[in-house]
Ligand binder design. Structure first.
Ligand SMILES: Cc1ncc(C[n+]2csc(CCOP(=O)(O)OP(=O)(O)O)c2C)c(N)n1
Ligand SMILES: [Mg+2]
Length: 284
């Protein structure tokens, strides 16, 4: 008798399963939430393009998600995704990549895409480390942590990436953790539906190259900690920096309408073409 087939298998590249994420890694949870989100929206994968960079989390869409994917260079997925969106505004363009990719080397692309309000959904998997390359410090690594490149402890304060993206002008911004799978799934759907730049910071775990250096050896250890640290944004509003120390503020951080870059670009181009046509018609 053949084994029952999971309904989400249609959304992943079954032929290369099982996946190669380490035991306890959060990337599987993000892939699960993402496939559920796409299924729930009834999106046809032929109308989607997923873009990733280089890193463990970049493997979530490429190769595992069954859609057209661009597996690009480290730090550049938003730049590639911008090109796709400008040429094919009809497609849903989703970027899934790591914190090093999106907020480290690709930080400039991130803030300018948010400022321009380009209609992309960026799901940044924040495992607080450069996971794939063996555990180097990232701009999201908490201060005081020992990593391979900060053997005597990290002296840098981490970026609060979602807050940075709100300040830069994005339409939709949220932060969740791999513990909060159902709100994460719903948030992914809202991000995809929202016209404009949408960003979700997904606090995730890397037991192999981060956890074992801070005493969190398994995925479950991280999930327990995420559960304890999480604080709804509604409760966090008005609390002091000191009170928010070591907390993860979760929820929707902004959701607003703003003119979207690609539509504006195409509108101006159309207007210019019409003007030229008129002028040439008048001259003839
Ligand atoms: C231009 C460039 N610089 C550096 C690297 C090496 N490199 C590959 S992945 C990576 C970091 C990955 O960390 P992150 O983006 O957080 O993804 P994770 O593996 O943690 O999911 C680095 C530094 C590279 N491939 N290309
Ligand atoms: Mg990382």
């Amino acid at each position: 008798m053949s084994e029952p087939r999971h309904r989400l298998m249609d959304f992943v590249r079954e032929e290369i399963m099982p996946h190669r994420f380490c035991s306890g890694c959060g990337c599987g949870t993000v892939l699960n939430a993402f496939t559920n989100a796409v299924e729930g929206l009834g999106l046809d994968s032929a109308e989607m393009v997923c873009v990733s960079g280089i890193g463990c989390s970049s493997w979530i869409p490429s190769p595992y998600f069954r859609a057209d994917t661009l597996h690009t260079t480290h730090g550049r997925p938003i730049a590639f995704a911008t090109g796709v969106k400008i040429l094919r505004p009809d497609l849903t363009v989703v970027v899934i990549a790591g914190d090093g990719d999106v907020a480290g080397i690709g930080g400039n692309h991130l803030i300018h895409a948010a400022r321009r309000n380009i209609d992309l959904s960026v799901f940044m998997v924040n495992n607080m480390i450069y996971g794939m390359t063996g555990g180097q410090v990232a701009p999201t690594t908490p201060a005081g942590v020992v990593t391979t490149t900060t053997p005597h402890s990290n002296v840098e304060p981490p970026f609060r990436v979602a807050d940075l993206v709100v300040a830069a002008g994005a339409s939709y911004v949220a932060r969740w953790t791999t513990y909060h799978v159902f709100p994460l799934l719903e948030s992914m759907q809202n991000a995809i539906k929202r016209k404009g730049f949408s960003f979700i910071e997904i606090m995730s775990q890397c037991p192999e190259n981060y956890g074992r250096r801070i005493g969190l050896r398994t995925g479950i250890d991280f999930l327990k900690q995420f559960k304890e640290q999480a604080l709804r944004v509604e409760k966090a509003n008005g609390m002091s920096e000191e009170e928010l120390k070591d907390r993860i503020v979760i929820g929707k951080l902004c959701d607003k309408e703003r003119p979207e870059y690609v539509s504006e670009l195409h509108r101006i181009t159309r207007e210019q073409v019409d003007k030229l046509k008129k002028e040439m018609g008048g001259a003839a």
